[in-house]
Design a protein around this ligand. Structure first.
Ligand code: 5GP
Ligand code: MG
Length: 173
């Protein structure tokens, strides 16, 4: 089996997320959830989920560049690209969406920003791929696939058209 065979295709990962979220919704665990994508990779995934679940309220978009606690060490340059949350998050159930969960720092930053807008009742996390390597006590409520990757491996995810994912190894380049 090649490494690529281990990775679930994006559409199947989205189908799995949809099924898991629908089931939890039926159980009453989520009340009228608001879907919020983390810029950039999380936004098209959130959009696909938003359509699959038939949510009526607009999709929220969070830009967390300024909130990452390690953007200096990563050499990222903060960009002025404001978040787009037109719906009041106070007291709401929120499904936060990203493409990949790794250390957890992006999600921590996204939650910081969400709380600037109000106090949600519940925040749940949906990711296409949950890889190992957490540095914070954060895990996904729903993951399309969980993977253990080597230190040189990364998941290359593209979307929305076409939606593709493959494993890349920095050793190969
Ligand atoms: P974390 O903050 O949890 O370390 O990393 C998650 C963020 O970095 C996500 O927003 C995701 O876009 C990006 N990321 C981390 N690891 C990977 C990976 O292996 N592949 C892709 N495509 N993105 C990743
Ligand atoms: Mg990202």
């Amino acid at each position: 089996m090649t490494q690529t065979d281990r990775l679930l295709p994006v559409n199947e990962a989205i189908d799995r997320l949809e099924a898991q979220i629908r089931s939890d919704r039926q159980d009453g665990a989520l009340v009228d959830p608001l879907i919020v994508g983390i810029h950039t990779g999380g936004v098209w995934v959130a959009d696909a989920l938003h359509r699959a679940l038939g949510c009526s309220e607009p999709l929220g978009r969070l830009n967390i560049t300024f909130y990452r606690d390690d953007f200096n060490t990563l050499g990222l340059h903060p960009q002025v690209s404001p978040s787009d949350l037109s719906v009041d998050v106070d007291g709401r159930d929120i499904i936060l969406v990203d493409d990949v969960l790794f250390t957890g720092r992006t999600v921590r930053a996204a939650m910081n920003e969400l709380f600037d807008y109000g106090r949600p009742r519940r925040i749940a996390l949906a990711v296409l791929y949950q890889r190992d390597g957490r540095e914070l006590p954060i895990c996904a409520d729903w993951a399309g696939q969980e993977l253990n990757l080597g230190p040189d491996e990364q998941i290359h995810v593209d979307g929305p058209d076409p939606m593709t994912a493959r494993l890349v190894s920095s050793k190969e380049s």
